[in-house]
Design a protein around this ligand. Sequence first.
Ligand code: GAR
Length: 210
Amino acid sequence: MKRLVILISGRGSNMEAIVKACAAEGWPASIAAVISNRPDAGGLQFAAERGIATAVVDHKAYASRDDFDAELARIIDSFSPDLVVLAGFMRILTPAFTARYERRLLNIHPSLLPAFTGLHTHERALAMGCKVAGATVHFVTAELDHGAIVMQGVVPVQPGDDAKTLAGRVLTAEHRIYPQSVRWFVEDALVWVGDTVQHRDGAAQQLLLS
Ligand code: GAR
């Protein structure tokens, strides 16, 4: 049984998708805790209602990123996770933190990386006239929104889209590719090939939605 700790900052719909898939599909995993950097994160209630341990490490209470990350790591480690899952966790992490969880820290980013790292991905994709958009699950390294890609979900950009409609379509893909990626991790189905990650049996690491 693998132990998962999921970090959120807000609504937590990706966390919810992972928790539900873990239970419904009987993964060899348990959700050890859901941790938020914001006390008002909506997802905390969902986790608590499911009987999952919750914790808040409020970044505003710490003088520096180093102090915040050190306390965050202390709380995470108290749950002895095999994998830490960033699910809409909106904090930049220090190199010491990312090194501590090397190859056991996943993130989802709402763009087709390496395009559009950082914020406002949908606005920027629309401003560029992109014809497809999507989301990426990747292992986290010290460099923001880089690291080995586990899975990507691609959706069309439709005429008349605004950032909200595009975000909604991308989120549908997120809710498919993030549970799938975490499941592969807990099933030991991911293999490192140099700095890239492949599925052990060659399963498709992309989801194309039309
Ligand atoms: C998701 O769209 C996720 O991809 C994004 O925040 C949203 C969180 O939604 N993450 C980032 O932008 C990370 N840089 P959720 O709280 O409902 O899962």
